[in-house]
Write a protein that binds this ligand. Structure first.
Ligand SMILES: [Zn+2]
Ligand SMILES: [Zn+2]
Length: 136
């Protein structure tokens, strides 16, 4: 009797263990999947140029209120959309050109390097969508 019930208990334990493994495995898989999904979720497709720390980077959040917005790196309110000159490749901030009174002369600045007006939102190679969405 005791040996029989003992075997039975072992079998039950094994079944329980197998069940736990299956459940644990699926939980682990789900967690892995979620993590992986989060890890590969794209960062905002905008780039900022900080005139304080001169860094060009993708911000943590797509929306950051009025420009210049607070820089993710140095916390100064000096981050503008990053632009790239189509002619010479210069990367510069999309800060409006103003006259001495602070009046905006040119909302979209000229290239500071070659004074070309041909520029587009900075992006990594391969992505060419200028996207109105970046103007939010
Ligand atoms: Zn900065
Ligand atoms: Zn240029």
């Amino acid at each position: 009797m005791s040996s029989f019930s003992g075997k039975n208990a072992v079998r039950q334990t094994l079944v329980l263990l197998a069940l736990l493994l299956v459940i644990g495995g699926s939980i682990a898989w789900t967690a892995y999947w979620l993590t992986k999904n989060r890890a590969t979720s794209p960062k905002p497709d905008i780039w900022l140029y900080c005139t304080e720390c001169s860094q060009v980077y993708q911000p943590e959040n797509r929306l950051g209120g009025e420009h210049p917005r607070a820089c993710d790196k140095c916390r100064e309110k000096a981050a503008w959309f990053a632009m790239q000159c189509s002619d010479c490749g210069e990367v510069f901030p999309l800060s409006p050109e103003t006259d001495e009174n602070g009046k905006v002369i040119r909302p979209k600045p000229l290239c500071p390097n070659c004074r070309s007006g041909n520029s587009e939102m900075y992006h990594l190679s391969g992505k060419t969508s200028l996207g109105k969405g970046a103007e939010e």
